[in-house]
Design a protein around this ligand. Structure first.
Ligand code: CMX
Length: 134
C-alpha cells in the first residue's frame, strides 16, 4: 500500500464551533473549510498542519457513526486517514491479507476524495481510512 503521508486525523467533537475556537485561538490554525457529508451524518471542519489535515467531526444525527462514537466514548480521536494511490487495488490487497473492510468499494468523502474505511477490530483498535485524490 505504501501510503505517502497521513492525509488527516479525524477528531469527534460535540460542537464544531467550540472546537474551531480552540484550534484557532489556542493552536493558531485557520479553519479553511466547513463541509457537511450527508451520507456520513457529519459536519466537518478542516485545518492544515504541514502535509496533514485535522478534520473535526460533529454529528448531525445521534444514530450516525460519530454520534454513536461520542455517546459511547465522549469526544476524542476518531480515525486516522492515509493517502494512497490506486485505492481499489489497496482495498483488494488489504482484504486478501484478512483485514475486515467497512467499504469494499471507495465512495466520495469530504473534499471530493475517494475514501474507504477499514474496521477498527481488524486494525488494532484504530478506525483507519484510506483516501485518494483523483
Ligand atoms: N475507533 C475505534 N473503535 C471504534 C470506533 C472508532 N472510531 N467506532 C466504533 N468502534 C468500536 C466500538 O467501540 C465497538 O467496540 P466493542 O464491540 O468492543 O464495544 C465496535 O467498534 C463496534 O462499534 P459500535 O458502536 O457497535 O458501532 P458500529 O459497529 O455500528 O459502527 C463502525 C462502527 C466503525 C463500523 C462505524 O462507525 C463506521 O462504519 N465507521 C466508518 C464511517 C465513519 O466513521 N464516518 C464518519 C467520518 C466521515 C468522514 O470522515 O467524512
Amino acid at each position: 500500500m505504501n501510503p505517502s503521508h497521513i492525509e488527516h486525523i479525524g477528531i469527534a467533537v460535540k460542537s464544531l464551533d467550540d472546537a474551531i475556537t480552540y484550534y484557532e485561538n489556542v493552536l493558531g490554525l485557520k479553519c479553511y473549510a466547513i463541509e457537511e457529508v450527508k451520507d456520513q451524518k457529519v459536519r466537518t471542519a478542516f485545518f492544515v498542519v504541514g502535509q496533514t489535515k485535522i478534520e473535526l467531526l460533529e454529528s448531525t444525527d445521534p444514530e450516525g457513526p460519530v454520534g454513536k462514537f461520542i455517546d459511547k466514548n465522549g469526544e476524542g480521536l476518531h480515525h486516522i486517514a492515509f493517502a494512497v494511490e490506486n485505492i481499489e487495488d489497496c482495498l483488494r490487497e488489504t482484504e486478501e491479507k484478512g483485514i475486515r473492510l467497512i467499504d469494499k468499494i471507495p465512495r466520495k468523502g469530504a473534499e471530493g476524495l475517494d475514501i474507504a474505511f477499514l474496521h477498527p477490530k481488524s486494525t488494532f483498535g484504530v478506525l483507519t481510512e484510506l483516501c485518494e485524490k483523483k
